[in-house]
Design a protein around this ligand. Structure first.
Ligand code: FAD
Length: 477
């Protein structure tokens, strides 16, 4: 077994295994043409990840005559939508946090609407004969250290208080073992609203569906400037697109966009993927396809694949600076090592399995860890960002909301609490980076000490408590 300071077996690098697998399944994968010259659309969407593509599809479903264009800087699926952990779930897992920022009624409304994501992905795939490796095995949050017991209890308590106890079922250590056996797991909570997908296959399937529905897709087309007006003008190195409505769906890149820069910061999330070990999964009883996380703030998230690989992720990557999406989000070996350490520690039965791949990506973290959607005042420029590392399911909801905003509809989606939620501002740079970095390091030190039953250093505990003292949920545990 590797120790805490060891280097990862595999250095994080791109492309992620998911995207390679998905592109191979499509062979040969044709790229959509770059935007050349002048063009027009009714709605221009910047970003061809899940948010942009679900929005495009929702627009076309509601009004096939709307001219929709998607401008994607790379290829669809290159961003986090093609390299995430593939946990597909809504907000029952976050009910206690939701209650900290909105009324109970709104918390239930958000959780109920987001819980439609799994069925929507299922229907989307069935209707188009797409295979995104959807596995509806539920979501299990486990406590893997005494300090994590409270995270499990909070989830159970919130569901009970709101009369939806069936959405968060408490499990003893023995009951957790029926899903996945590990000497580390002390207790758990099971959410039936949980599934896994092959994330890049989902992104590519959405891309195919968008093309079939008549969306004008331009890949390798980075928007360099957005000039607001009627119409808005999107400038790219090789062309200009005029559009009455613009939807900004650029995820972590939006942190560098002045209108949202004070409401977002970026953190890195990294994963390791093992060789196929189906026999070991049988041995530890992890054959139900459950998506599992531990109870840390910088969570470990782990799931299996149909051929018996295990993906283990760590949301403890570096904080970004000035909204730049740079190499700290793709090549941070320390976070790759933490993900691997998590694998060996949380699942000791897999102590000797070979890690074959590792990669990372940025996550767009909002102050309260929930995505927010809206329209820039006095414009027809809409945005949807802030998933905070949990956007696979919520981006489906985001697509419905953004389509309603772009169509000017006054419906259940436009009225979502995620459009109305109050948003605190983060400090400007470099304070955001310095403060966020210090708090991140302190929380990481506390959580690593707690994991091995050490008492966290006093200084780390003091700094880790700052966000809660400031009533800022960013980085609170
Ligand atoms: C390692 C990792 C693991 C994760 N695991 C999970 C998980 O298991 N479950 C979960 O729910 N969430 C997870 N997430 C988060 C999830 O991947 C994201 O929330 C989700 O993919 C967001 O989708 P999106 O379309 O908003 O963003 P993206 O997928 O980032 O798409 C945005 C697109 O915009 C493009 N773009 C950016 N700037 C421009 C520009 N100027 N012009 C044109 N295009 C531009 C980018 O190239 C990109 O393709 C994880 C993230 C990471 C990094």
């Amino acid at each position: 077994m590797r120790n805490r300071d060891s280097a990862p077996s595999v250095r994080p690098s791109l492309p992620p295994w998911w995207l390679e697998e998905a592109l191979e399944a499509e062979a040969p994968p044709p790229e959509a043409p770059r935007l050349e010259g002048d063009a027009e659309a009714d709605v221009a969407i910047v970003g061809g990840g899940y948010t942009g593509l679900w929005t495009a599809l929702a627009l076309k479903e509601r009004d096939p005559s709307v001219r929709v264009a998607v401008l994607e800087a790379e290829i669809c699926g290159w961003g986090p939508s093609g390299r995430n952990g593939g946990f597909l779930n809504g907000y029952w897992t976050h009910l206690h946090r939701l209650r900290e920022v909105v009324s109970d009624e709104d918390a239930l409304a958000v959780a109920r609407s987001a819980s439609r994501a799994i069925a929507s992905v299922r229907t989307f795939c069935e209707e188009r004969n797409e295979d995104v490796w959807l596995r509806e095995g539920g979501y299990l949050k486990v406590s893997a250290a005494p300090a994590q017991d409270a995270a499990v209890e909070r989830s159970v308590h919130a569901a009970r208080e709101l009369g939806v106890e069936e959405e968060a079922v408490p499990l003893t250590a023995e009951e957790v073992a029926e899903h996945c056996r590990s000497p580390r797991f002390r207790s758990g909570v099971f959410f039936r609203d949980g599934a896994t997908v092959q994330p890049a296959r989902l992104a590519r399937a959405l891309r195919r569906a968008a093309l079939v529905s008549g969306v004008a897709l331009h890949e390798r087309t980075r928007v360099a400037a957005l000039r607001g007006g009627a119409p808005n003008v999107l400038e790219t190195p090789s062309g200009k697109l005029r559009a009455d409505e613009v939807v900004v769906a650029t995820n972590a890149a939006a942190t560098g966009w002045p209108p949202l820069a004070r409401r977002l910061t970026n953190f890195g999330s990294y994963v390791v993927l093992t060789e196929p070990v189906p026999d070991l999964l049988v041995e530890i009883g992890w054959t139900g396809g459950e998506a599992i996380t531990d109870g840390r703030m910088f969570i470990h998230y782990f799931r299996t694949t149909p051929d018996g690989r295990v993906l283990m992720g760590s949301g403890s990557g570096p904080i970004g600076h000035g909204g730049r999406v740079d190499t700290r989000f793709i090549g941070d070996t320390a976070t790759g090592a933490r993900a691997e350490l998590g694998l060996r520690r949380l699942l000791p039965a897999l102590g000797d399995v070979r890690v074959t791949h590792s990669w990372g990506g940025p996550i767009d973290v909002s102050v309260d860890h929930f995505p927010f959607f809206g329209t820039l005042p006095g414009t027809r420029v809409h945005y949807g960002v802030g998933y905070s590392g949990h956007g696979v399911g919520p981006s489906w909801l985001g697509g419905q909301i953004l389509a309603s905003l772009a169509l000017g509809r006054d419906d259940e989606w436009a009225a979502s609490p995620l459009v109305r939620m109050p948003q605190a501002a983060l400090p400007p740079e470099p304070l955001k980076w310095l403060g966020g970095g210090a708090i991140r390091a302190a929380i990481l030190a506390c959580e690593e000490a707690e994991e091995v039953a050490d008492r966290p250093p006093v200084a780390a505990r003091a700094v880790a408590a700052v966000p809660r003292l400031l009533r800022m949920p960013l980085g609170t545990r």
